[in-house]
Design a protein around this ligand. Structure first.
Ligand code: HEM
Length: 497
């Protein structure tokens, strides 16, 4: 960010900090707001929008400055102009100046790695091409069958009791179970894998052990498929013409597994909450005026699984939303504030169902390549759960639902429900709606290969019939930008961006 705002001050200086409750609390040098000290981020974003317009200056931990991009159009402009903005944190001025201490909480999000989420240009095309090529081989009927089967299996675990927590017993399990099937490790899926993932994202004391557990599973999977390819995403990734090394494959399996688990679990929980707390939507779903995939789209507008992406970086002095952005400035990709931009949504209560022009999956060269898988898991999974338990009700007052928030995301902690106890179902049985040919129109969108940016969507790479070995002379992998402690390396490894 343009340095004139900034007077370096440590947040450790407790004597200078205003007492809690004081109106100056949450303000740093230059009167800039500290995003991490704010309890109500959506409210702060609106104050910033009113004061500064679509791009506003702010601070994160240690009073590190960055721009918050609040406008929908400005966010799209930023992510879609790789000549001006990129995801390569090595050009970030505070990092280059040594102002990001090794323990900085946001280092795991920005520390550069040789993965598609941080790469640019030809290297990005190579890595992302392998990921999108592998994803394009997924058969969507098979995918829906996995989603339905795992939904039935998960519901079987709690249907006889008449009560459940849909976050811990459903939303966190369904994406992991489906992704394990797609990656080719259905036998590895289990409560332990979900626990390991949860530990890691929450940074609990067992995070290191959880990391080792998942790393080991992915390493064994890569070795197994290198020796004997099968019809799964891992084998396609290993044998893609881009010739990823085993290390690159493991890293991208991790990016895929985590990107899919964290976001999709959040989306499933949010859609279920919306259905359980909004009687209007519930009635429209029951009456057939709305479909679950449309409700998913509404949720992606109102509660995007990632509230922001940390971060994009300016490659040159440039202008965005009327602000002068200096080369090396960091910018927060504001998904949640962009989705409520009053220039696009003057009335937030207006129905956005079915409208896909939100920012939840990003845009431009890094737009999420797995978005249709995320949509399918949430849409098909919630639909199947509601069919199985049509009388399901929230088991607490809506305002008792707790959320865990950070600048990057906002998670429901629990979603307690009750329903009439029911016997388990044979999971080999196909759910009634899955047997009706042709498939319901509400899933028609899912057939479109929408995993590339809308403007110039390249064709997916062809499926390769043979299994060439990788180039043994593959170039060595670059080192991460800064040395880190075990905990940071772990979180960085886990999040992958
Ligand atoms: C509801 C579910 C999901 C949401 C909301 C979501 C959201 C996102 C967002 C916001 C980005 C960053 C875009 C940017 O930097 O501009 C991203 C990137 C990515 N996502 Fe997703 N995602 C979801 C599901 C998935 C799934 C299921 C997969 C894999 C099967 C996946 C794989 C990826 C990958 C590989 C990237 C990096 C792409 C690149 O940098 O070129 N995501 N996702």
């Amino acid at each position: 960010m343009t340095p004139e705002h900034h007077v370096p001050t440590g947040t450790d200086d407790a004597l200078l900090a205003p007492p809690p409750g004081c109106p100056a609390h949450g303000l740093g040098p230059g009167g800039l707001h500290r995003l991490h000290e704010t309890e109500d981020l959506p409210q702060l974003y609106e104050e910033l929008r009113a004061e500064h317009g679509p791009v506003a200056p702010a601070l994160i931990h240690d009073d590190v400055p960055l721009w918050v991009v609040l406008g929908l159009a400005e966010n799209l402009q930023m992510v879609s102009t790789p000549a001006r903005f990129c995801r390569d944190s090595r050009i970030w001025t505070p990092l280059r100046q040594g102002r990001i201490r090794p323990g900085h909480p946001y280092l795991p999000h920005i520390a550069w790695q040789p993965i598609c989420a941080h790469a640019e240009g030809d290297e990005h095309k190579r890595l992302r091409g392998a990921v999108t090529g592998a994803i394009s081989t997924i058969d969507h009927r098979t995918l829906r069958r996995h989603i339905n089967r795992h939904t039935q299996r998960l519901v079987n675990r709690f249907c006889e009791g008449g009560r459940a927590d849909l976050v811990g017993q459903f939303a966190e399990h369904l994406p992991m179970a489906v992704m394990c099937e797609l990656l080719g490790m259905p036998d590895e899926y289990g409560d332990r894998l979900v626990e390991a993932a949860r530990d890691m994202l929450e940074g609990t004391s067992t995070a290191i052990a959880g990391n080792a557990y998942i790393m080991d599973a992915l390493a064994r999977l890569t070795a197994r498929r290198r020796a004997r390819p099968d019809e799964d995403l891992t084998s396609y990734l290993l044998n893609h013409p881009a010739r990823l090394t085993d290390d690159e494959v493991r890293e991208h399996l991790r990016v895929i597994l985590i990107a899919a688990y964290e976001t999709t679990a959040n989306l499933v929980a949010n859609v279920l909450r919306m259905v359980l707390t909004d009687p209007g939507i519930r009635a429209r779903l029951s009456g057939g005026q709305t479909t679950v995939p449309q409700a998913v789209e509404q949720s992606l507008w109102d509660e995007p699984p990632f509230s922001t992406v940390f971060a994009y970086f300016a490659k040159q002095d440039t202008e965005l939303g009327g602000k002068l952005i200096r080369k090396g400035d960091g910018l927060l990709f504001g998904i949640a504030p962009g989705n409520v931009d009053p220039r696009v949504r003057p009335d937030l209560s207006a129905d956005m169902m079915g409208n896909r022009s939100h920012l939840a999956f990003g845009g431009g060269p890094h737009e999420c390549p797995g978005q249709d898988i995320g949509r399918a898991i949430a849409g098909t999974g919630v639909d199947a759960l509601l069919m199985r338990l049509p009388d399901i009700r929230l088991d607490c007052a809506e305002d008792e639902l707790r959320r865990r928030s950070s600048i990057v995301s906002r998670h429901l902690v629990e979603l307690p429900v009750w329903f009439e106890p029911r016997p388990q179902r044979d999971i080999r049985e196909r759910p009634p709606h899955a047997t009706i040919p042709p498939r319901p129109a509400r899933y028609a969108d899912f057939e479109k290969p929408a995993s590339e940016p809308a403007a110039a969507r390249p064709r997916p790479e062809p499926v390769i019939p043979s299994w060439p070995r990788p180039d043994p002379a593959a170039p060595p992998q670059p080192e991460p930008a800064r040395p880190q402690g075990a905990r940071q390396r772990l979180v960085r490894w886990w999040r992958g961006y």
